[in-house]
Design a protein around this ligand. Structure first.
Ligand code: AMP
Length: 118
């Protein structure tokens, strides 16, 4: 699937719509999910144009991949959830339930997250 420059996260990255920012550097942006499914529900996205994890792993530089993964732990630290734990999840494609076609990792925390898959 080609990257859709009009997806909602692309608009957030361009500053066209606001977000509740948690962290930003040259490679990633993290913000709170607009419709939280748990007490803490954050998103981490790369700044590059990647549809999903497969697209990212195929096309991104080693630096982008490293920075993206490091950012997940950094955001969890900023959220204060390292001790109690959290869940990271990425939906890919239609069977995976992906709604926004820009790679994102969800971070769920702040309470027991429950069953791995419902
Ligand atoms: P997914 O189903 O994995 O593609 O998840 C997309 C996520 O993006 C959902 O949890 C939405 O609530 C979230 N979302 C959609 N629009 C926004 C927005 N403008 N700001 C923050 N989160 C959003």
């Amino acid at each position: 699937m080609p990257y859709d420059k009009n997806n909602i996260f692309a608009k957030i990255l361009r500053g066209e719509i606001p977000c509740k920012k948690i962290f930003e550097n040259d490679y990633v942006l993290s913000f709170h999910d607009i419709n939280p499914q748990k007490k803490i529900h954050a998103l981490v996205i790369p700044k590059g144009e990647y549809v999903d994890l497969d697209d990212f792993n195929k096309k991104a530089s080693d630096k982008e991949i490293t920075e993206f993964h490091k950012a997940v732990s950094h955001v969890a630290n900023l959220l204060g959830v390292l001790d109690k734990g959290y869940r990271v999840l990425s939906n890919i494609g239609s069977d995976g339930g992906q709604e926004v076609p820009h790679l994102h990792f969800h971070i769920f925390a702040g309470e027991k997250i429950g069953k791995m898959v419902v």
